[in-house]
Ligand binder design. Structure first.
Ligand code: NI
Length: 148
């Protein structure tokens, strides 16, 4: 029993629906339209966002798991779905009061919420994908200092 357990990446998905718009207050309507296209409409538009959260670690001999996926589901519910589902990200999420609601920034917010919760259980968040549609998404790995 001295061999090292295999390292496996477990990926769990979650979904939330939210409204947002992309605008900079210092720009005119025409400039916002030029930069952001129809996404600049201040009345907003919606996406069915999906996220994929990767947790990497050794398979524990006792449980046959990297981490208990029930725990991960609860964390996703508390940190992502409950705070963001059916919200307007620009108007109702404090993080975005002075940031654009881009996928890039959404990934930063979600990482900052998920990573400490997963670390507190002794595991490591190693990847996060945030999709706003089938053909547009971002991936975040928490910065180069955390890459292998
Ligand atoms: Ni959009």
């Amino acid at each position: 029993m001295s061999s090292k357990p295999n390292t496996v990446t477990v990926i769990r998905k979650a979904k939330f629906a939210a409204a947002h718009f992309l605008r900079l207050p210092e720009l005119s309507d025409a400039q916002n339209l030029e930069r952001f296209g129809p996404s600049s409409n201040p009345l907003g538009h919606g996406h069915n966002y999906e996220i994929e959260v990767s947790v990497q670690g050794p398979v524990q001999e006792e449980t046959g798991m990297v981490m208990n996926l029930k725990d991960l589901k609860i964390i996703l519910q508390e940190e992502v779905v409950e705070p963001l589902d059916f919200k307007n990200l620009n108007l109702q999420v404090e993080f975005f009061q002075n940031r654009l609601t881009t996928l890039e920034n959404i990934s930063q917010l979600l990482w900052s919420r998920l990573s400490p919760r997963i670390s507190a259980l002794g595991f490591a968040l190693t990847g996060l994908r945030v999709l706003e549609s089938d053909d547009l998404f971002v991936e975040y790995y928490g910065g180069t200092d955390q890459l292998p």
